[in-house]
Design a binder for this molecule. Structure first.
Ligand SMILES: *[C@@H]1O[C@H](CO)[C@@H](O)[C@H](O)[C@H]1NC(C)=O
Ligand SMILES: *[C@@H]1O[C@H](CO)[C@@H](O)[C@H](O)[C@H]1NC(C)=O
Ligand SMILES: *[C@@H]1O[C@H](CO)[C@@H](O)[C@H](O)[C@H]1NC(C)=O
Length: 254
């Protein structure tokens, strides 16, 4: 058992979908002209004319085929929940769609990590990959806690979501903070893509953690923090460590 598992934001999308199907948002037969979506402090009124009407929307039904979704800075984007081949020609022939799905990025090349402490935070931290983390292993202070932050869908490691959490920890105390940036996979309007790669990204993530533990960090002092799909990545990483090593992560917050 993990010492502490907190669940809130990982179910964000699920709640959106449940709200959508419970009739709060437009359905096939409901009124559609006064669409009002409330994401905490962000409210959109009549966001895109006709997009919310499944009969005229190029994207199909709200909450089933597509959603409005806040990116890592809280800006609302249209996100597609199904594979591009499901959508009509206008959307499917979108050239950026084709590009996104034709290249299958090598996780170990595109997923980056940024290491921060009080000394290097002003300089933007130290970026590293599994293949060149020796320098960072020397910078990590094993006597202090390690916070590992993972963003979710439509986000990246430089958004407010990650940076606010990181800066808050460093303000509180000098400690080790690592932010994972898997934006080359996750920062797309197509939910399907990051969703299908979460286990792969988590497996890479677990290798990073394994190296840090081998370098002297007590797993009890490791805290994985994941938002949205980043919560799935964090959970899968801990499970992978459980299955392949004797490392038991101290804490996960999702
Ligand atoms: C095409 O895709 C891009 C991002 O991949 C999106 O921003 C744009 O709205 C799409 N265009 C249409 C017509 O769906
Ligand atoms: C590791 O490699 C990445 C990608 O080439 C680079 O951006 C980063 O600066 C390198 N980090 C270190 C510590 O050498
Ligand atoms: C892995 O998980 C199982 C089931 O929760 C637990 O009994 C075991 O102690 C865990 N192993 C490690 C190394 O954390």
């Amino acid at each position: 058992m993990f010492k502490s598992v907190t669940i809130c934001s990982s179910v964000c999308l699920l709640l959106l979908l449940i709200n959508a199907s419970s009739g709060k948002y437009p359905t096939k037969n409901g009124p559609r002209n006064n669409l009002l979506l409330d994401f905490g402090k962000i409210t959109i009124k009549n966001p895109m004319k006709n997009y919310d009407d499944p009969n005229t929307s190029p994207y199909g039904e709200y909450g089933i085929d597509w959603v409005y979704f806040p990116d890592g800075n809280g800006n609302i984007k249209i996100g597609f929940l199904r594979h591009p081949k499901y959508y009509n020609k206008n959307v499917a022939s979108n050239s950026s769609t084709r590009t996104i799905f034709s290249k299958s990025p090598n996780t170990e090349e595109v997923v980056k990590f940024m290491f921060y402490n009080r000394k290097n935070n002003d300089k933007g931290g130290t970026t590293f990959l599994l293949s060149n983390m020796t320098e960072v292993l020397g910078e990590i202070d094993n006597s202090k806690p390690l916070k590992l932050i993972t963003h979710g869908w439509l986000s990246n490691g430089h958004t407010k979501t990650c940076q606010l959490i990181k800066n808050s920890y460093l303000k509180k105390d000098d400690m080790n903070v690592i932010v994972m940036d898997w934006s080359e996979i996750s920062d797309t309007v197509w939910y399907y893509k990051p969703l299908s790669k979460t286990k792969d990204v988590a497996s890479y993530y677990s290798k990073i953690v394994e190296k840090i533990v081998a370098n002297g960090m007590d797993p009890k002092h490791i805290h994985l923090i994941g938002h949205s799909l980043g919560a799935h990545v964090s959970g899968f990483a801990a499970v992978t460590l459980n299955r392949t090593t004797d490392i038991r992560i101290g804490r996960i917050t999702v």
